[in-house]
Ligand binder design. Structure first.
Ligand code: 5AD
Ligand code: SF4
Length: 521
């Protein structure tokens, strides 16, 4: 921790705040009758820097002895927005809470601590969080002892921290994506000082190992790397998640082995761009394909990964994925646009032709691969012809499903400064045309499965009908079929009876015990 006291006045644009204390690297302000203790605030300039400094790995992160009972008879509630990385961070925070003696609750009225783990990727994600903070204000008035915290990607934005300080004095704690392991210390600071506590580190180059993780069910996320150095011009992630840094293979493998021993059925390797795994290792040539090869030999039935960048998806990786086994044939490969011109302005660093060639290679090596993607419409200056290139690349690559988004300007990113002459009505109309095509592609790819018998990992009962179970195929297709609750958590064989647009109906062909013997993954 830096000990010098920073002048925070340049970060925040309110003039009515009074500095009341400066000590030990912390600045305490008074604003709207609330004391705000700033331990560290976000700084976009720092976040943009990609220094050569060494990545430090910290293994010793035990909860302080005096915090082990801190949450006894108390409850926590975490609301998670956004991507799998946030879901995973929530698992870590749940682990930390439970090591402090807190218990989970689903009833926010019962909670002593409520955290919003936020997403900054698009403006509507941020609007949802501010809406929720409005609702929670009433709860906080009814229960003044409640600790209300905001963490995740939005906390890394100076503008958001500014707004929280000036307009949401009922928030008690703001911490960033690099400060998760500090949660016990920060909670203690809030409880003892009764001030709003802010700690957001920028440009972090560290990896924190051995944090507790509270995972439910049979599937687990495994982080293999943090951050992103790609700086696609529309994207805020490189600013909110810091520079690319990979966990050591031995740490990842030890975690996967442990999950296998504990009976987990499926893992998903996580990173903003898993294909860049290992590029930051100074002392070894070990990349994502090598990691996948090593994980292939671990006895865990299904291994997924997300998310990929087409530029770093190399031949070695295709070769390893083609070996199958526990490496499933579902590949999420965001291409964002089908127009070389738009891709260039997005700084994606590949052309339409290069993407087509990559898909051709994948299809040749893994003929049953199911490809999915992320697509942005209405990027600044996107013409009708350029949008049609996106439609045609969806058809050419036979994408089965895609998450589609209208471009949302993010303050501080290069695209936010680009001239945008595409009216919102045109963007919306493009989005609905694209969505109609994606629905058509999804139905088509589901229709090909009629009559086939596929392996399903049964994940749970349908919310609407307890006789209906749902599960996923290796290729990540959602399957509904009738069966008893005790099949949940098992692999089984089902025959596809009716394809729908976003899921498939099926019938069981084997009870799960037999299927478990024969799935042989
Ligand atoms: N506007 C719209 N969509 C975005 N994405 C990332 N940044 C933006 C933005 N500013 C989309 C991309 C990415 C997915 C996670 O979110 O498609 O792959
Ligand atoms: Fe954002 Fe591009 Fe990095 Fe993906 S690769 S997280 S879109 S900057």
């Amino acid at each position: 921790m830096k000990k010098e006291t920073k002048d925070y006045s340049k970060y925040f644009d309110f003039s009515d705040a009074k500095v009341i204390r400066e000590e030990d690297g912390k600045t305490t302000l008074r604003l709207n009758g609330r004391h705000i203790q700033i331990q560290s605030a976000p700084d976009y300039k720092d976040e943009k820097k990609r220094g050569k400094e060494e990545i430090r790995i910290h293994y010793d992160n035990a909860i302080p002895e005096d915090m082990r009972d801190f949450g006894r008879d108390k409850f926590y509630y975490i609301m998670t927005y956004g991507c799998q990385m946030n879901e995973h961070d929530t698992e870590v925070m749940r682990g930390l809470f439970e090591e402090m003696g807190y218990a989970a609750t689903e009833d926010r009225k019962q909670a002593d601590v409520i955290l919003l783990n936020t997403c900054a990727i698009r403006e509507n994600a941020e609007d949802k969080v501010f809406g929720e903070l409005g609702h929670l204000k009433t709860l906080k008035q009814e229960k003044p002892g409640l600790i209300l915290g905001v963490c995740g990607c939005m906390s890394q934005e100076a503008a958001v921290v500014n707004r929280l300080m000036s307009k949401h004095p009922h928030v008690d704690l703001v911490f960033g994506t690099h400060n998760i392991h500090r949660l016990p210390h920060l909670l203690r600071d809030v409880v003892f000082s009764r001030e709003m506590v802010i700690e957001v580190w920028s440009k972090e180059g560290d990896i924190i190992e051995n944090l507790p993780k509270k995972r439910d069910g049979m599937r687990a996320w495994v982080n293999i790397m943090y951050g992103c150095d790609k700086f696609c011009t529309y994207c805020i992630v490189p600013y909110t998640r810091g520079k690319e840094r990979s966990r050591l293979p031995e740490d990842v493998i030890a975690e996967v082995r442990d999950l296998a021993r504990r009976g987990f059925k499926e893992i998903t390797l996580l990173g903003q761009n898993v294909n860049a795994y290992g590029k930051d290792f100074a002392d070894r040539q070990y990349r994502f394909a090598d990691l996948m090869e090593d994980i292939r030999s671990i006895d865990i039935p299904r291994v997924r990964f997300t998310t990929s960048h087409p530029r770093d998806f190399d031949d070695h990786l295709i070769e390893v994925l083609a070996k199958g086994g526990n490496l499933v044939e579902a590949i999420h490969l965001p291409f964002q646009s089908g127009s070389t011109e738009v891709l260039k302005r997005m700084s994606r660093k590949y052309t339409r032709e290069q993407f087509l060639e990559l898909v051709r290679k994948i299809r040749e090596a893994i003929p049953n691969a199911v490809l999915t993607s992320d697509i942005i419409v209405g990027f600044p200056g996107e013409t009708e012809e350029q949008f049609e290139e996106t439609l045609s690349i969806v058809r050419e690559t036979r994408i089965s499903m895609a998450y589609t988004f209208i471009y949302s300007p993010r303050e501080g990113t290069p695209a936010a400064a680009m001239e945008d002459n595409v009216p919102m009505s045109v963007k919306q109309e493009r989005l609905s045309r694209l969505n109609a095509l994606i629905a058509e592609m999804s139905l088509k790819s589901n229709q090909q499965l009629v009559g086939e018998t596929v392996e399903v990992l049964v994940e749970g009962q349908s919310k609407n009908n307890p006789n209906v179970l749902s599960g996923r195929t290796r290729s990540n297709k959602l399957i509904h079929f009738e069966g008893p609750k005790d099949w949940v958590g098992h692999f089984m064989q089902v025959r596809i009876t009716k394809p729908m647009t976003w899921y498939l109906n099926a019938e069981a062909v084997e009870p799960p015990q037999l299927a478990a013997l024969s799935h042989g993954a």
